[in-house]
Design a protein around this ligand. Structure first.
Ligand SMILES: [Zn+2]
Length: 256
């Protein structure tokens, strides 16, 4: 109690020293949500969301995003493309091992990213999933339990028979529409980042599953802002498995 009061006093005193903002009364600007209420610290908010990154790994942006998540102690889920992990072009194995070591969840997207699961053959479906699971096991050290269909497309029958939980989303950043182009001006780049951030922050709610792609610089720039805003708004960012508790194989989850 005494410590709380002292803290309140310290905050209040330091707030008084702030320069007044132009044309306004000199009310100290402090982050009211973090201040003790009636001498007691406010209850920490328990809102949880999952951020998911599809189509990686990328040899630059995946690690940068993981480093940014680490600043907040947040955990994310990466739905990977198997042949990007296997191939040498993206330094994928090292990146996946790094992502796993940092405590993030690795999950299946597909091996080639060229087949839709509502139209491919059973043999192709089986190959896309099992080969990607093998790659994740090899580099991440764990058997995945989640799957996200390419383009979100999967038949109900196939989803029900799937040995993994099928993870869709309720918050679409549409980041792939707003990737930087070589002749973008700084203003155009800023506008793209602002749009991605707004697409997420205007829809996010307790229990949301957010869709992003860890393969674009613009997504990295937007993610830095999104994480800061989620943190400020009291969200805890957890893996999809943690958000869902014990996800059931064959069930489709939308978040929200
Ligand atoms: Zn994809």
């Amino acid at each position: 109690m005494i410590l709380s009061l002292l803290l309140a006093l310290t905050v209040s005193l330091s707030g008084c020293g702030d320069p007044p903002s132009e044309g306004e009364n000199t009310v100290p600007s402090t982050n009211a949500s973090n201040l003790p209420v009636d001498g007691k610290p406010a209850d920490p908010p328990k809102k949880q969301v999952a951020i998911t990154f599809d189509d990686g790994p990328h040899n630059i942006w995946t690690k940068q995003i993981v480093n940014e998540l680490g600043r907040y102690g947040f955990t994310a889920t990466f739905f990977v493309i198997g042949n990007r992990v296997d191939g040498t072009a993206y330094n994928g194995g090292d990146t996946m091992a790094f992502v796993a070591r940092q405590g993030h969840e690795l999950a299946i997207h597909g091996y080639t990213h060229e087949l839709y699961y509502n139209s491919c053959t059973d043999a192709e479906f089986e190959f896309e999933l099992s080969k990607t699971a093998e790659v994740i096991g090899k580099w991440g050290g764990k058997t995945p339990v989640l799957m996200r269909p390419i383009g979100g497309a999967i038949s109900k029958e196939r989803a029900a028979a799937c040995p993994y939980s099928v993870i869709l989303w309720d918050v679409d950043s549409e980041d792939w529409r707003y990737k930087y182009k070589p002749d973008d001006t700084p203003e155009m780049m800023q506008e793209k980042v602002d749009t991605i951030v707004n697409n997420v922050m205007s829809q996010v709610d307790d229990g949301s599953i957010i869709l992003l792609h860890d393969i674009y610089e613009s997504t990295y720039d937007a993610t830095c802002i999104i994480l800061a805003k989620l943190y400020e708004e009291g969200y805890e960012v957890v893996s999809v498995s943690e958000l869902l508790g014990e996800p059931i194989p064959g069930k489709i989850y939308y978040g929200g």
